[in-house]
Design a protein around this ligand. Structure first.
Ligand code: DAT
Ligand code: MG
Length: 148
């Protein structure tokens, strides 16, 4: 089953959105395969965002990610990478549709509450970085009620 890496950023934690965000993925029918509450250091944040290292906003982005604890998660399910990005909404909350997490809970691009992998391959890399021991392997007993 496909997996994606989802992270509630420091603003999402500080603003008390952890339960709400987890609930949206859970109610959709996706299953949790990894969860940790962690403050990351600068080299780790730089590694996570290494593809963006040439961008002018890179330093600010890294500062933001290391500014407080984050909730790092692996979510699992059919098409979870693409559907997860839809649940999250567009990168800039000014353009995120209402009903998406960023559309409902964020205003500025530099405080957009949540990260989600953008492709199956980047999900694989991000899960390996954040969960070096691997996700938890289990099977929800609800699967027959979610998948036909
Ligand atoms: P996403 O998080 O939607 O995958 P991304 O990978 O392009 O977006 O960028 C990572 C984060 O960097 C994004 O969540 C917010 C920040 N960011 C992206 N573009 C930005 C910009 N033009 N100005 C400021 N911050 C930006
Ligand atoms: Mg991205």
């Amino acid at each position: 089953m496909e997996q994606t890496f989802i992270m509630i950023k420091p603003d999402g934690v500080q603003r008390g959105l952890v339960g709400e965000i987890i609930s949206r993925f859970e109610k959709k029918g996706f299953t949790l395969a990894g969860l940790k509450f962690i403050t990351v250091d600068r080299p780790f944040a730089e590694k996570h965002y290494e593809d963006l290292s040439a961008k002018p906003f890179f330093n600010g982005l890294v500062e933001y990610i290391i500014s407080g604890p984050v909730v790092a998660m692996v979510w699992q399910g059919k098409n979870v990478v693409t559907t997860g990005r839809k649940i999250i909404g567009a990168t800039n909350p000014a353009e995120s549709a209402p009903g998406t997490i960023r559309g409902d809970f964020a205003i500025e691009i530099g405080r957009n509450v949540i990260h989600g992998s953008d492709a199956v391959e980047s999900a694989r890399k991000e899960i390996a970085l954040w969960f070096p021991d691997g996700p938890v392997s289990w099977r929800s007993s609800l699967n027959p009620w979610i998948y036909e």
